[in-house]
Every structure is written in C-alpha cells, then in structure tokens.
Design a protein around this ligand. Structure first.
Ligand code: ZN
Length: 221
C-alpha cells in the first residue's frame, strides 16, 4: 500500500485509545509539576527578626503549647513540633510564601526565649524538633527550597519539617509521637533559623493540606 490511501492503522478505536493515552500523560505531567514541598520563609520583610509578631504577612501572634500531646503513638498529629516553651509563629498559614494554602500551606515557628513576642535566633538554632505523630521517616538533605527536609508519614497523615540543621533519624525509620527527629536550622531557602511545619491529611485517596493549628495544643495569645 502506498501513501494516499490514508493511514490504514488509525482506526477509530485506536484513535480513541491514543487520545486517552495523551490525556493521561498530560494529567501525570500536571501532577508531577505540582509542588509538594514547603517553600521559603519570607518573614515578610528585610529584617525577619524585628518588628514583633502579628504585624505583617498575616502573623497571628505568638502561642504556647498548653500541655497535651507529644506522647503515645497517635496517627493524628497533635500540637507543637517544637515541644514546650515560648514559640512564635513568624509566618502564618496560607499567607506570604505559604499561599495558596492548598499548595504551600504551612506555619513557620521559632523560639522566643525572652517571651517578648519576637523570634530569638540564638535560642532557635539547633533546638530539637519533635514528630507530632507516629509514622515512617522520609528524609532528604539539601533539597530546594526546603533544605534538609523530613516527612513523617502514615496512612492518614503526613507532616513536613523543613530547613532543618540536621537529622536525628534516618530515612525509613519508624518514629513515635514526641520523638526527636531533627534540629532547627536555616537550610534551603530560608532567611533565619525556624521550622516550616506542614500537615497533610489523606482525604478520599489524596493528600490535602490542612492548617497545623487545627491539631491540638496551639494556643494563640
Ligand atoms: Zn514556611
């Protein structure tokens, strides 16, 4: 058969299959291109440590953990991954580099040793970071923009801990709620020592970003 008779192999059925395959490939590429890691902390200004909390970028003020959580083996995250002490939220959920929330939802946390409402960099470096629920560790170093990054994952929830100085666990390790998994740093795209913390929940077969402040013990003041 010579050219001019059309392409005999492109039957209607095969055309349908080809179109479906192309649509499927396009969908997969779209999925791959969706960001899955936390982005930088902008701190909302040139001086990330000044200005107090609650003034810009949707800062909602400092908060303290009120007690419960960080014990047991719960699958659901509870409370504050920095444990006890005075903690300030230097960038809120769904604002600044955490917007839009369904993609970049996170909160940025730092320590405020003197309780003046402003992050304390000297007191924040190297502080322990705790798993807020049980799960399996997925750890990656030197990623961008998340720096040294850990996921704690189980069937229902995964939580992300970004910009770590170092890890206290290894990839694939099973951790319990309250276990130290790493130490606060400023790796990746970050302008000061802090923890970028994300919570994702499995809903109808896919991961949905949710506000960490919905889980337990964060008390805004
Ligand atoms: Zn952040």
């Amino acid at each position: 058969m010579m050219f001019g008779d059309g392409w005999p192999y492109l039957t209607r059925e095969r055309a349908v299959v080809l179109i479906l395959a192309l649509v499927g490939m396009g969908f997969l590429l779209f999925q791959v291109n969706q960001p899955h890691q936390p982005r930088m902390s902008l701190w909302g200004g040139s001086n990330p440590w000044g200005g107090g909390s609650g003034e810009q970028d949707g800062l909602t003020g400092a908060f303290q953990q009120t007690g419960q959580g960080l014990n047991g083996g719960a699958l659901q995250p509870v409370g504050n991954p920095l444990g006890t002490g005075n903690i300030v939220m230097t960038q809120g959920y769904g604002v600044g580099s955490h917007a839009p929330a369904h993609v970049w939802g996170a909160i940025d946390l730092a320590l405020d040793g003197d309780n003046d409402g402003v992050a304390d960099p000297d007191g924040t470096w190297g502080q322990p970071v705790y798993a807020t629920h049980s799960g399996v560790i997925k750890a990656a170093r030197d990623t961008w923009p998340a720096g040294n990054h850990i996921w704690v994952m189980n069937d229902q929830y995964k939580t992300g801990y970004a910009h770590l100085q170092d890890f206290a666990v290894v990839d694939g390790e099973v951790v319990q709620q309250g276990q130290v998994i790493g130490y606060i740093g400023s790796t990746g795209q970050s302008s000061g020592p802090h923890l970028d913390y994300q919570v994702w929940q499995m809903q109808a077969g896919r991961w949905v970003n949710v506000n960490p402040l919905e889980f337990g013990t964060f008390t805004l003041r």
